[in-house]
Design a protein. Structure first.
Length: 184
């Protein structure tokens, strides 16, 4: 099953993102995220056999116990890979305690030991808002990035991480909770 580990957003953090998404242009070549798809991915694992899933959940729980709860807040808009040719539009995450990065740094060696390679790019905590599927879509993302603004909003206390299954369907991905792990 297609699996990832993420931070679920509370309603107060999702609210300004949903309002922002409602104002974005609908266009061919761009897939905007829906409210249930908004989260902070800590680790995308891809296909995980059902026989390996208990070990993944055990690692998520052990790593989470080693990271104390921390506070995050929204921090503007950005994109990957570059503003001149954006493929992903995201909302930034301010994480003064570096809790997201600490979780990833602790999880990577344990997950690598069971066959899941660490990401080679630097970890940047973010919330994906939309993806471009064409050069026209990149133009739309660039326009949104030039015009839209996102205020910091209220802080959110992160107290757990969630292991999700991503179920792909004709209407996009649907995320099913497989397990949760409390921080601290």
């Amino acid at each position: 099953m297609r699996t990832f580990i993420a931070i679920e957003l509370d309603a107060a953090t999702r609210r300004p993102l949903v309002q922002l998404l409602r104002g974005f242009p609908r266009a061919d070549g761009v897939k905007w995220c829906s409210e249930p798809q908004l989260h902070i991915t800590l680790k995308f694992l891809g296909e995980v056999p059902t026989t390996t899933l208990p070990k993944v959940c055990e690692i998520a729980a052990r790593v989470s116990r080693a990271v104390p709860p921390f506070e995050i807040r929204l921090a503007g808009l950005g994109c990957f890979p570059a503003p001149r040719n954006p493929r992903v539009l995201w909302a930034g995450v301010q994480d003064a305690a570096d809790g997201c990065r600490r979780w990833v740094e602790l999880a990577d060696p344990e997950l690598e030991a069971i066959g899941y390679k660490p990401e080679t790019r630097a970890f940047t905590p973010h919330i994906t808002l939309g993806r471009s599927r064409s050069s026209g879509g990149s133009d739309v993302l660039r326009g949104v990035l030039d015009r839209a603004t996102l205020s910091a909003g209220p802080p959110m206390q992160v107290t757990r991480v969630t292991v999700y299954e991503s179920v792909l369907g004709p209407g996009g991905a649907r995320y099913e909770v497989l397990a949760t792990a409390s921080l601290g």
